[in-house]
Ligand binder design. Structure first.
Ligand code: ADP
Ligand code: ADP
Length: 233
């Protein structure tokens, strides 16, 4: 699904000079994986996911998503990549002035769907995450866990087969985290989603991931099946 070979990414800044955020990263994410990318703040995790969905370029090496080299994609290829790659974030990034249904249908505005079709798809997604009855509420009226459910619904609007999660449970308490991870597990199972979970919390990896890569200062220091990695002495 995602094949990364010898990836190197350097940020060039005026004041701080060059900063190598990723160096010689090799990673294969198979269809159906729930792949945990774990590391401290500044390790390069966000840079890695931003490279995967084309938000950030890279200097050397290769990233193939569904067999296609990301840096070779043209405009429409890039749009297709982003539509088929859902993203969720730590702070949900919902639009406060729009209702829940209004938020979830946002990614559908570039499609050929009619207004009625968009609303109907958004309602279906809100039902899927258990918030159908709150469709006319505003994000500010919801708890953090409910807001993350809305963000998940929005991420799924264009039927992605990959979901990139960047610290999606980091702002949530342990019980809410558990319920969000439960929802992701259910979506993984029901929709056949491949999930990439960026996190600094080992408990998240233990709860939901089948594979793990540990990243430290831009390089992968350990990777493999969660079962094997944790079994090491
Ligand atoms: P993480 O997600 O693991 O916290 P990041 O990928 O955000 O790590 O950052 C990796 C390194 O790259 C850090 O040293 C960070 O300061 C640096 N970095 C990230 N984004 C930029 C940027 N836009 N410009 C310059 N340096 C950056
Ligand atoms: P996170 O670890 O949650 O990704 P960061 O504070 O590392 O948060 O980054 C927040 C934003 O700031 C990102 O868009 C990142 O690209 C940018 N950024 C991080 N470090 C730098 C840096 N040294 N110079 C410029 N931009 C940076």
């Amino acid at each position: 699904m995602v094949q990364i070979s010898d990836l190197t990414k350097t940020y060039r800044t005026e004041d701080e000079g060059d900063k190598t955020a990723l160096e010689n990263v090799n990673l294969t994410i198979d269809r159906g994986d729930i792949y945990g990318i774990i590391g401290l703040s500044g390790a390069g995790k966000s840079t890695l996911v931003r490279c995967i969905n084309g938000l950030e370029g890279y200097d050397a090496g290769s990233i193939k998503v569904r067999g296609q080299e990301v840096k070779d994609l043209d405009h429409s290829g890039m749009r297709d990549l982003r539509q088929r790659t859902g993203m969720i974030f730590q702070h949900f990034n919902l639009m406060p002035s729009r209702t829940l249904v209004g938020n979830v249908e946002l990614p559908l505005h570039n499609s050929t769907m009619s207004r009625r079709q968009r609303t109907s798809r958004a309602m279906e997604l809100l039902d899927l995450v258990g918030l159908g009855e709150l469709s006319e509420a505003y994000p500010g009226e919801l708890s953090g866990g409910q807001q993350q459910r809305v963000a998940i619904a929005r991420a799924l609007a264009n039927h992605p087969d990959i979901l990139l999660s960047d610290e999606a449970t980091s702002a949530l308490d342990p019980n809410t985290t558990k319920s969000i991870l439960g929802l992701l597990e259910q979506l993984h199972h029901d929709l056949g989603l491949t999930i990439v979970m960026i996190t600094h919390e080992m408990s998240v990896v233990r709860q939901i991931c089948n594979k793990i890569a540990v990243i430290d200062q831009g390089t992968i220091v350990e990777q493999g099946r969660v079962f094997d990695v944790f079994a090491k002495p």
